[in-house]
Design a protein around this ligand. Structure first.
Ligand code: ADP
Ligand code: MG
Length: 264
């Protein structure tokens, strides 16, 4: 039985499209018949709300799973519009940092929780908070790869090298097989010349790690979460929905190519 690939969607900057990418990539992978679990690891609970689950009405959340109060299956909910399973989060999760302080193996709580269910999924996506907290460290320790959404702005490259260094350091300490899975350009507007310059620099520095798929700035992507829907349900013709479907296709193709070289 194949094990799920686990990807952390991370960037210490807020507002770069992490949550939008999680929800829409999850739904797009479902559209290609993959079994997907989305883990909301941000106390803001945006991925939870965007999946159509009320963060204020949770009986159990990812917090209970991290602290060992319940198992993952108990806390999990189905996102009806998304078609994937969701491990939801809300403000309770802000207490995790302190609750985990004296817990042995605190960096590996999520990894351990995922171990028994990994073979039930093709992809597990983790929506990280905009910080390098113990929550993000748990995500990185549990992941095979990191997907970094970013806007092509002037300061993006600077923040990016800090992020890549942190990921490498955390990887060395906790999870040696962790790698950068891919860099994703979000809220992309090719009419802005700076966008093209930054984009060219990214290609030069990161080569194949830069996804060919780019996510355009698209109002449907911003509207859909208030209906608890991915864009491909809210407006399946929208450029945003189509872009995330293209990303899912690229991700699956890359995965297949890697599996081939690994067994060749
Ligand atoms: P993060 O999780 O990194 O903080 P979000 O995914 O929440 O970022 O995105 C920040 C804001 O930008 C949200 O209001 C979201 O709806 C909006 N947004 C994200 N991606 C796009 C896009 N491609 N086009 C238009 N709006 C977007
Ligand atoms: Mg977010």
């Amino acid at each position: 039985m194949a094990m799920a690939k686990v990807f952390a969607i991370a960037n210490q900057k807020g507002g770069v499209g992490k949550t939008t990418t999680c929800v829409n990539l999850a739904a797009s992978l479902v559209a290609t018949k993959r079994r997907v679990l989305l883990i909301d690891l941000d106390p803001q609970g945006n991925a939870t709300m965007g999946s159509g689950v009320d963060k204020l009405a949770l009986e159990h959340s990812v917090y209970d799973v991290l602290t060992g109060e319940c198992d993952l299956a108990t806390a999990m909910q189905y996102s009806e519009h998304g078609g994937y399973q969701l491990l939801p989060a809300n403000r309770d999760l802000t207490a995790a940092e302190v609750a985990l302080l004296n817990v042995p193996n605190k960096e590996h709580r999520l990894r351990e929780a995922l171990a028994p269910i990994r073979e039930n999924y093709d992809y597990i996506l983790i929506d990280c908070p905009p910080s390098l907290s113990m929550l993000t460290i748990n995500a990185l320790a549990a992941s095979d790869g990191v997907i970094i959404p970013m806007q092509c702005e002037y300061y993006a490259l600077e923040g990016l090298s800090d992020l890549v260094n942190s990921i490498q350091r955390i990887g060395q300490l906790l999870n040696p097989s962790l790698r950068i899975e891919g860099l994703l350009r979000t809220m992309y507007d090719p009419r802005i010349s700076l966008t093209n310059e930054v984009s060219a620099q990214l290609k030069e520095h990161f080569g194949d790690q830069l996804y060919d798929a780019v996510i355009p700035r698209n109002v449907r992507l911003a509207e859909a979460p208030s209906y608890g829907m991915p864009a491909l349900v809210y407006d399946k013709q929208s450029r945003g929905a189509i872009a995330y479907l293209a990303l899912a296709g690229e991700l699956v193709r890359r995965q297949r190519a890697k599996a081939k070289t690994a067994t060749a």
